[in-house]
Design a protein around this ligand. Structure first.
Ligand code: ADP
Length: 260
């Protein structure tokens, strides 16, 4: 365990977090064009919890997600998924970790048009040569309400249904953690609400851990916890957020994204 991060230490009956950042710093560029995207961020994401990351544009939300998911390298500090330290991992190990331990949901659904829903859901496992656990898969399909759509191709599904396929695909391999980047950004509010409801069900019903980047206070209100970033630092957090409380908190950033 890393010293200095009390939340990471497993206390009696409390499992270790699914992911932990410790003094995570990310600097882009050098000299005059240098940008400190993350400035010594420490945060733990508890297992079985749904966390939303919010903050003004340019505050470091995507960078934090990318560094935690092993999609980008860190400049200093540590990023851990479960017991695995990401910094210093060789590419091959990082690829395997992303494949086996992490689920991704993006704004674009990224489904293969020639495969039907269930083939899309099991594709990552098929590529990895892993057999799907049929019981689990059944639960996942039920959780996202897709049981009667499994033979449909993406073009035969609505946007909301396609994103539900993407959610099921992320859940299917039982990853340690799912990172979702503006998962409802391409959806109308009704479909968005459905997808968020299913994402929340996957946390409540299946014990999944989800970290979601969003700029939408309503989307954030589905989470158990909202972490606020400004200028590359964590400046606040809310538990059991309501959309109004999140909106109020967001209003306390000035036009440049600083805390006022
Ligand atoms: P957010 O997701 O909150 O909008 P980002 O994480 O995308 O913020 O960006 C944080 C800061 O880092 C911004 O100032 C952005 O311009 C900068 N940044 C992000 N990616 C790069 C990159 N690849 N090269 C240079 N600067 C970057």
């Amino acid at each position: 365990m890393t010293p200095g991060v009390p939340a990471a230490a497993p206390s009696a009956g409390r499992p270790a977090p699914a992911a932990v950042a410790t003094d995570l710093t990310k600097v882009y560029g050098a000299g005059e064009t240098q940008v400190v995207a993350l400035d010594s961020v420490s945060v733990a994401f508890a297992r079985g919890e749904f966390t939303a990351i919010m903050g003004p544009s340019g505050s470091g939300k995507s960078t934090l997600m990318h560094c935690m998911a092993g999609l980008d390298t860190v400049s200093a500090g540590s990023a851990r998924i479960g017991e695995t330290e990401l910094t210093g991992l060789k590419d091959k190990h990082l690829t395997r970790l992303r494949r086996d331990k992490i689920g991704f949901i993006f704004q674009a659904f990224n489904l293969l048009p020639t495969l039907n829903a269930i083939e899309n859901i099991t594709l990552p496992m098929d590529i990895a040569g892993r057999k799907a656990d049929q019981d689990w898969l059944g639960k996942v399909v039920d959780t996202v309400g897709l049981a009667d759509r499994l033979k449909h191709r993406p073009s035969q599904l609505s946007g909301g249904q396609q994103q539900r396929v993407a959610v099921a695909r992320a859940l299917a391999a039982r990853p340690e953690i799912i990172f979702a980047d503006e998962p409802t950004g391409n959806l109308d509010s009704r479909s968005g609400a459905e997808v968020l409801g299913f994402l929340r069900n996957s946390v409540r019903g299946l014990g999944q851990t989800v970290v979601m980047v969003t700029h939408d206070p309503v989307a954030a209100s589905y989470a158990d916890r909202v972490v606020f970033l400004a200028d590359g630092r964590i400046v606040d957090e809310l538990r059991s957020p309501t959309a109004d409380a999140v909106l109020d908190r967001m209003k306390r950033f000035d036009a440049k994204g600083r805390v006022v």
